[in-house]
Write a protein that binds this ligand. Sequence first.
Ligand code: 3ON
Ligand code: FE
Length: 490
Amino acid sequence: MQLYERASTVPTHSYQRQDWQGGYESLKTEYDYWIDDIEGQIPPELQGTLFRNGPGLLDVNGNAIHHPFDGDGMISAIAFHNGRAHFRNRFVRTAAFVEEQQAGKILYRGVFGTQKPGGWLANAFDLRLKNIANTNVVYWGGKLLALWEAADPHRLDPATLETLGKDSLNGVLADGEAFAAHPRIDPRCNQDDGAPCMVNFSIKPGLSSTITIFELDPAGNVIRQHAHNVPGFAFIHDFAITENYCIFFQNPIAFNPIPFVFGLRGAGECIKFQPNQPTRIVVIPRHKSRQMQILETQSGFVFHHANAFEQGEEIFIDSICYESFPEVEAGSDFKQVDFDALQPGQMWRFHVNLQQQTVLRALIEPRCCEFPTMHPEKVGRPCRYLYMGAAHANTGNAPLQAILKADLETGHRQLWSAAPRGFVSEPIFVERPHGEGEDDGWILALVYDATHHRSDVVILDARNFEQGAIARLHLKHHIPYGLHGSFTPE
Ligand code: 3ON
Ligand code: FE
């Protein structure tokens, strides 16, 4: 009797947690080889390099870190050349990485709860930030930059991935000054006669917080920079741009630094979600002459935005929202997470009217999803197709095992799934040279394959997911689940 009852309430999963956990093992070796184990064919027109960043080490000499966001940044580069592909990975030699590897132990606290050995007494009053350079990697202005939102970028050699040192953006950033990990590239900037420009920001949190906007020309020079104060503490990971605005979601959180100061928790574990407070939408004009506006919408937590665009005095923003901030328990093991106990991230469309000061929102994708992406030419403009990592099942919360293509015009969806033993990372859209249409190109993604404990570089035809992958490039090893990356055509 009891067995029957249990069977009807236990949900069936498209994955096993133990399989998922395998993707959170450290990768300690740095490789350099031509990929020769390939299913299918690499399209010969696909030329350029896919750069990925993410935590490469989940332990320091056997001592586990507390949260993957605390892991040292490791860059992978997959270079496509005449139908062949070359793989290379290198750790970013941040000062703290080099010190800890030499010492063979954890010497710095992490924002997400990693502590030095020795209990709270050994950690109290150590308020230094370890710049781990683990969140994104972009090639802009002739420089390859590894980004981490709470400090300055590290510059790497794009061919060898050797760390060249920290980069001040030609003297603009002071030592240690923040530069976010989510730059957006405006493909045709209306202040620069249609030339592309890279827009990014920094947050200085406090009782009131400062948001600074940076715009860089194609040579890598900061050509516009302006700072704005917003009331309250701000933890803002990503933003969206339109032709004339930068849009930030200030999540409703309270920050109590006492447990951090006394060595009990990481700074990121001192964030408390405020379900009864609204989310604030901060709209900052990219032209200095116009005024910042702050609007309110329902409470929720946003890490990532897909895109935004303007229509007259209205702005539309597509964002992945959580019902609350997934707080990390100080004593818990992230690998033991109960996916079913958490709320999924879902895609919402926000409709902001700047004249009437109103915000409406609508759920546009109920499936659990993260890491939204799109055609680079559509950034800040209306776009028809979004691509994102997604759960295999259409309801509930689960690890990302599939890639979803959403047609926002017709509502049609296509899903490519790596379940039951595959786990996906952020997809990247690469346009086909001289392509026709917004989905004429490829989706590139790293997929962790638990069957072989290795990762594959998967290439999909963005127009047609349902025919299966065009190519699966089997690496000789796994790559720990990463965060963000970019593609640089040759
Ligand atoms: O103390 C303040 C609060 C705070 C949290 C100030 C601060 C600037 C020191 C700070 C630091 C924030 C940092 C360093 C944030 C870093 C975030 C990061 C490395 C990654 C975020 C990833 C987000 C998502 C949604 C990842 C999803 C991953 C999956 C679905 C699984 O693969
Ligand atoms: Fe991110």
